[in-house]
Design a protein around this ligand. Structure first.
Ligand SMILES: [Zn+2]
Length: 345
């Protein structure tokens, strides 16, 4: 889908212009599916819902749109061709499931916009001109560690045997399928190390598909990625890649975010995105979050102005944040603005 009148590299600038400088990303998808009863105790995690409960995914996307999200992220974080094939799906069926993840998000956007203005969702129309709330559909690509489902997306340790070329081979076809699925952008999420960032940058550069992307790293100390690689070096890789339109941090406790924004700001002028988790502890052995160890929605919101001042312009939530968190973010960001522009001139 075309966004506005500009080329794809201007996508993020256009969105931010329309929203008045800051836009809202959605909140945790998998954990919200779980709180609606989905059983994600599965190597496919949230991607399992693509097989057995797509209606629930659509509902959660809609809940985030109602809460004010400008960017909704597809349920493909842990959806991989390799993962589906190991469950008995053919290559063709696996690719169709990836495609479906984006389709579901697009359906949610259409349903949401129809609530505002009948007939505004003709696929051939420039959608933004009639959007009350500008909305981008982002296709998620989770890291190799997410596919492994052994917690290594939170350690960044893939072992000596895994090379950058292995990572490129692993992600290549999935990237192509998602890039051609109708999504507005690709989001590389929860990138745990520099090698994977480099692999993504090379895939983007080698590809003749001209889709914008963002790079989002995770950190457990506020200085480095979870693997211990320098966030400055990682953000520099994102900065050097022309197809990367924003760079930042996700699934990281809120208390680390401010310092990370300042570090990223040192090496890039690209928009900075942040969508922290709730700050709760994840018990990897039990594969569950330890409730009430994080921040409340009010606590989360208390950070927002500081993050904005430090340079973040795309703000949302990751695991264990909810539509209530996103509603609170949206109110905080827009309380001092007059109504944002509703169309592109
Ligand atoms: Zn997360």
């Amino acid at each position: 889908m075309g966004f506005g009148t500009g080329d794809s590299s201007s996508l993020m600038r256009e969105l931010l212009r329309i929203t008045g400088g800051c836009a809202v990303i959605d909140g945790g998808l998998a954990t919200e599916l779980e709180s609606h009863g989905a059983d994600l105790n599965d190597p496919l995690w949230s991607a399992r819902c693509l097989i057995d409960s797509p209606h629930l995914i659509r509902k959660v996307h809609l809940d985030y749109l109602e809460a004010g999200a400008n960017i909704i992220i597809s349920a493909s974080y842990q959806a991989t061709i390799q993962g589906f094939e190991s469950r008995g799906f053919s290559t063709h069926e696996s690719e169709a499931l990836l495609h479906r993840s984006v389709e579901i998000a697009c359906e949610a956007r259409e349903i949401f916009l129809k609530g505002y203005s009948k007939g505004s969702c003709d696929a051939n129309e420039n959608k933004l001109t009639s959007m009350k709330q500008p909305i981008l559909v982002a296709a998620s690509i989770g890291s190799y560690g997410a596919y492994l489902a052994d917690g290594s997306e939170y350690s960044g340790d893939y072992g000596e045997a895994i090379t950058k070329e292995n990572l490129k081979d692993f992600h290549r076809r999935r990237f192509q399928v998602l890039a051609e699925s109708g999504a507005d952008l690709i989001v590389f999420e929860t990138i745990p190390n520099k090698m994977e960032a480099q692999a993504y940058a090379e895939l983007l550069e080698e590809s003749n598909i001209n889709i914008p992307a963002w790079f989002s790293f995770n950190s457990k100390d506020g200085v480095c990625t979870v693997s211990g690689d320098s966030i400055i070096e990682c953000a520099s890789i994102a900065d050097s890649c022309n197809k990367v339109v924003a760079v930042g941090i996700n699934c990281t406790p809120p208390r680390f975010i401010h310092g990370l924004i300042l570090l990223i700001r040192k090496v890039t002028q690209k928009p900075i995105l942040i969508y922290p988790n709730s700050g709760e502890t994840y018990d990897a052995s039990k594969k569950e979050w330890v409730a009430s160890t994080g921040v409340s929605d009010e606590g989360f919101v208390s950070y927002i102005k500081k993050w904005q001042e430090a340079g973040a312009s795309l703000i949302g939530g990751c695991c264990r944040t909810t539509p209530d968190t996103i509603r609170a973010i949206s109110r905080t960001l827009f309380q001092e603005h007059s109504t944002p522009e509703t169309s592109i001139a």
